[in-house]
Design a binder for this molecule. Structure first.
Ligand SMILES: *Cc1c(COP(=O)(O)O)cnc(C)c1O
Length: 497
């Protein structure tokens, strides 16, 4: 399988796509075509465990990787998840399903891809004949950073530098990142918001001069953000896995369509659902849920993407994003894979902060996606109600998805002609990752200390506190550097010198 750039004629192998992170023309790598998964294959997947499902699906894309080795890498990655299943599906008493993706080492869904990525990258270097060390630059709204640090710390031949918005992540997220051990890691706070961080990191990635300067020091630049196809494709697996779990528990019949509600920031998670659909999974509507940062909601309603707007800080910091990187991959598909049009639109986004789709593209997009946003008080209400009614505590990001999913369900309920389908809500983080906000949502009480919050939530819900969050209490933060956006590149150079 070859991977092509959304903006040009570049074509590389899967190994090269993972190693390089993004294309030289500023575009993102996408598969040359979507490998089909037949109904028979879905049936086969049902008999497999999660690592086998992952290896089966990923080998359709990464066909130059050895199949057996890929399977053992998947086994190793998903053995790091508590409870023995990387993506358990729970049935709620309101008839919806929760797909829990947060049982990995850092308690958020980013672990699904980032526990596997070190293998994809290391093997990718071997296959592509890359001899240099790899320097991974990552902008994070909180969860990617820690998941990438955990995945890559103490890996030979790799250095990783993470940039996060100083005021834009939760206390626990900050602690998680700043207590990471290992000689090959660096964590830097940036004065600005996530969009500023992401833009600055992308500017380094896309600058031939800076790449050259970094290459002179013996490093090849790569990314652990979802612009990297190695981040995106492992996320396709849990959509299939959830579908199989619905089949094997007789909740649906083969071929039935299933809806998914996804709390969305950089559009990576939900795009993986779109990829699953293109591969042949019977996906119904993809519900794109946003918090108060609703650029995507407006885009799905109007067909115009306008990012000239303020970025709000919310209780769901990992979704506090205005410019969603992976939208480029969707508009590339909607345009009929027109690289010139995609490049023009991305240029327009950079220069005028907006672009618009054609009417037929908007129609197609709206036939697959439903987008909605929700405010802080509705999210709190939803988390509270759900715990009171069904005894299930969810995190703030999942709360956004549930809030929008409930609204969607109510709309379908009213519509006599609409087809009723099962709804799977992607639960992307442990509630213990945002203890103050969750305690507030569940009880109305404010606590200053995160650990006090964790303790209270535990007393209230009897939900197990994840081991990784217990441990960081006893670790001292190592990283204290704070820089302005303009100084990000200097920090990179300091780190590799
Ligand atoms: C990253 C993240 C999201 C958003 O996912 P995208 O792929 O950026 O759309 C949602 N919830 C949590 C907890 C996250 O960490």
């Amino acid at each position: 399988m070859r991977f092509i750039s959304t903006r040009g004629k570049e074509s590389v192998t899967g190994a090269e796509a993972v190693v390089r992170g993004s294309a030289g023309d500023g575009g993102l790598f996408v598969p040359e075509f979507f490998p089909a998964v037949s109904a028979e294959e879905i049936e086969q997947l049902c008999a497999m465990d999660y690592p086998e499902r992952a290896a089966f699906l990923l080998s359709k894309y990464f066909d130059e990787y050895d199949g057996e080795e890929l399977l053992s890498a998947c086994r190793e990655a998903y053995a790091k998840f508590e409870g023995g299943d990387a993506a358990p599906l729970l049935r709620m008493d309101n008839g919806m399903y929760m797909l829990e993706l947060f049982h990995g080492p850092t308690c958020a869904f980013k672990d699904i891809a980032l526990t596997l990525m070190p293998y994809l990258l290391k093997k990718g270097c071997e296959i592509a004949g890359v001899k240099e060390n790899i320097l991974i630059l990552t902008a994070t709204s909180g969860d990617t950073g820690k998941a990438a640090l955990e995945g890559f710390r103490e890996r030979e031949g790799v250095k990783i530098c993470v940039f996060y918005p100083e005021e834009g992540v939760s206390k626990i997220q900050k602690l998680q990142m700043c207590t990471t051990e290992g000689d090959n890691v660096n964590v830097v706070a940036v004065r600005g918001n996530f969009d500023d961080c992401q833009k600055a990191v992308k500017a380094i990635m896309n600058s031939p001069e800076k790449r050259e300067e970094i290459a002179k020091k013996g490093y090849l630049l790569s990314s652990a953000n979802s612009i990297n196809i190695g981040r995106l494709l492992p996320q396709v697996v849990y959509y299939f896995s959830a579908y199989c779990d619905l089949l094997t528990s007789d909740q649906i019949k083969a071929g039935d369509k299933v809806n998914f509600a996804v709390p969305t920031g950089n559009f990576g998670n939900i795009l993986a659902g779109y990829y699953a659909k293109r591969m042949g999974l019977p996906v119904g509507t993809l519900v794109c849920a946003s918090n108060k940062n609703c650029a995507l909601t407006d885009f799905f309603k109007s067909g115009s993407y306008n990012v000239k707007r303020p970025l709000f800080k919310t209780m769901s910091p990992s979704m506090d994003i205005v410019v969603s990187s992976n939208l480029e991959r969707l508009i590339f598909e909607l345009s009929g894979r027109d690289t010139e049009l995609t490049a023009t639109r991305m240029r327009s986004l950079a220069e005028t902060e907006k672009y618009s789709l054609r009417a037929e593209e908007v129609k197609e997009m709206q036939s697959m996606f439903y987008a909605g946003c929700t405010n802080e008080s509705d999210t709190v209400e939803c988390i509270y109600d759900f715990f009171m009614d069904y005894g299930y505590p969810m995190d703030t990001h999942t709360g956004v998805a549930m809030s929008v999913a409930s609204r969607y369900e109510a709309m379908i309920e009213e519509d006599k002609d609409a087809e009723k389908r099962p709804m799977v809500v992607l639960s992307t983080a442990s509630p213990y990752k945002f203890p103050q906000d969750i305690l507030y949502a569940l009880t109305g009480n404010d606590v200053k200390d995160s650990y006090k919050g964790i303790k209270r939530i535990h007393l209230l819900t009897a939900m197990k506190v994840p081991e990784p969050l217990k441990e960081i209490r006893y670790k001292t933060p190592r990283f204290k550097t704070v820089v302005s956006c303009g100084k990000i590149y200097d920090e990179v150079l300091k780190f590799i010198n």
